[in-house]
Design a protein around this ligand. Sequence first.
Ligand code: GTP
Ligand code: MG
Length: 444
Amino acid sequence: MFVDRAKITIKSGKGGNGAVTFRREPFVPEGGPDGGDGGKGGDVVFEADENMRTLMDFRYKRKYEAESGQNGMKKKRFGKNGEDLIIKVPVGTMIIDEKSGKVMMDMKEHGQTLIAAKGGKGGKGNAKFATPTRQAPNFAQAGGFAKERDVILEMKLIADVGLVGFPNVGKSSILTACTSARPKVANYHFTTIDPNLGVVQYYDKAFVMADIAGIIEGAHEGAGLGHYFLKHIERTKVLIHVVDVSGCEGRDPKEDFDKINEELLKYNEKLLQKPQIVVANKIDVLGCSADPEDLEICDEYIEFKAYVEAKGYKVFPMSAPAGQGIQEVIAEAARLLDETSDDDFDEYYEYFDFELDDADPDYKKVFVDFDGENYTITGKQLEQIYNSTNFYDHGSRRYLFRYIEESGAYDALKEIGLQEGDTIKLFDQEFEYYDEDYIDEELI
Ligand SMILES: Nc1nc2c(ncn2[C@@H]2O[C@H](COP(=O)(O)OP(=O)(O)OP(=O)(O)O)[C@@H](O)[C@H]2O)c(=O)[nH]1
Ligand SMILES: [Mg+2]
């Protein structure tokens, strides 16, 4: 099965906390602070790997977490950095931030990497907070937050040449005739659902041909899973548009041709700008072979050819199971590939702005709430300070409560009904609010 889309959750490692320790030496009753820094949390890194072909693995494992940094230790020893988590993805995978829908990176080359979630910084140990006036800091900095985000991995098939056309026109038969791939060929619609790839050898060159499911009217709007199928051909460089010229299913080949191109255009106009080879398949059903002499008297073929050529395309007659007309199409595809540079059809996406995202606009904001029972105060920076607070240390505690006071949180809470003696929840602790000097003693 070909899996081409997966949603996973990634989480970087949290930074290790700085340590609060003091030197202990013989004959030195009060040693100085010697708490080391915490280690940095591991990053989550994507790496493109040409040996991977599908996103299958991501179906079974959906959560990916890097290691956290170790806490700092005494004697100024640093905590170990958390190990980065490297997630390998196939070349051609697009990494999309789920929330914004924006592209974080298009993994085009083997070895390319992307840090998709940065690990939290290590917190500083108390040794770093010693100053001439504060010789024994009893607190340290907590490690930085881990970053978690949902990410969509999307893989567009990378093939040089893509076969498109209505169902049952003979696309899989052509792939079979050109390559050693053996897709299922059968006389009903939608025999092919998942794309098949094959390698076409042409003298000293080789290129990849993809056979995708048949396209029907309305495909650009999703009819018959059209979106899913059309996505696969966005990255091909050359299209082979297969038409059943015999009209053996009761449709007019000229109309078929127009309808498919209409769907391509509506899905993404760039698809129609790709070089397109038109194959008039099933000529044997019209009672002729691919010999020019034969074709000269084949009215249906002549009519179709004239119609398509008038629109600026070259037409190639074919009878796929008989192998007739195959070599000519391969030669034309090889020639067009030579002429097409890689960048000709580079797509344009809206890219994700890492800097903007990392600079969380709400980082410094403090939020208050009353849920009918409890008053709460939350905030990212506040949480960071809270985590760094040593509640047994007067100075450390005061620093936290001053931050809350200055943030205007109490005023905001009073506006929604806070009164003296009420309980305020602050992360995993609660304290009673008093207007004056509540901060030191009322903490529960
Ligand atoms: N007579 C004749 N039959 C053909 C030719 N090419 C394909 N067929 C037959 O047409 C039927 C459909 O062929 P496929 O190759 O499966 O067609 P497809 O376009 O891949 O079909 P889907 O995957 O269903 O979209 C099969 O029964 C083939 O044997 C041809 O040139 N001449
Ligand atoms: Mg098929």
